[in-house]
Design a protein around this ligand. Sequence first.
Ligand SMILES: [Zn+2]
Ligand SMILES: [Zn+2]
Length: 332
Amino acid sequence: MAEGEPSYAVQRRSQNGQVWDSVKKTAFVLGTGLFIFAAFRNSVTWHCQQFWGASGDFWQAQWGKVYDVFEGNEMLLFCLGTMLIPSLSFWLFNAFLMFSDLTGKPQFITKYRIQLGKNEPVDADKLKHAAITVFCNQIFLSLPMVLLMYPVMQWRGNPCGPELPTFHWVLLELSVFVLVEEILFYYSHRLVHHPALYKHIHKKHHEWTAPVGVVSLYAHPLEHIFSNMLPSMVGPMLMGSHVATIMLWFCLALITTTISHCGYHLPFLPSPEFHDFHHLKFNQCYGVLGVLDHLHGTDLVFKQTKAFERHILLMNLTPLSQSIPENTKKSK
Ligand SMILES: [Zn+2]
Ligand SMILES: [Zn+2]
């Protein structure tokens, strides 16, 4: 034993103390966690469950009606649910954003612009070209992929069955979809940033250094298949999901990716700063959630920026370019 080190007994006592201390801390954290979980389950999910199921089995009744109309033509039902409804919600939202980008109206939206001075107004021809490419990607790639997905889903179970999944099961499935999306999107996205692939495939998506909503699906065909479609399709195939769950997931995924490209950091919506920064700097922020970027250190430059400070859920009406302006010292 080196000089000055405590005796074995003292060391042992202090180790025991540390162990006991960490046991107490762990018990406290777990106990608090369980308590919060129980409280959360009893209030939030109770209300959601009410909305989903017990509200007179409203959704089940609606689904029953749809099911009766389409019975015998489940493939059509599958295509409408996974293709038509999500695409309509995508284009509805994007029509509104394109109007704002072209006209600068309503000012309520445009004052939340992230990259000030960009797309004010947007280049109409460039926007038209992007919108046409996106439409072609959906018709010639997304639609055939969804048609091919149908037999896989049939093999996994009964995707268009008469009974809707429970609320808790849908929540669990959505969590799995998000995780699968994060993993597959992060690595496929990093792959297309490899110099050998970038100039042939991913450069197209990055023509927009200040993106707008519709650019979310503006991509080379191979990128659309492997980076946009497959990461969101694998989750439902793994879980053998119901078409209603897939429809909800595709709508959520399309609206979320539109928000992350829209160029406006709007109140009460998820922050688009992370992916907007990717378009600005190319070699940062590859993922969706940011978990894998944190693990791989591909967000280190981002974390030094104003964009990172602004990467929050905006809970008031003051634009972040005003509340966290560009030229002030970084607040601690
Ligand atoms: Zn992008
Ligand atoms: Zn990229």
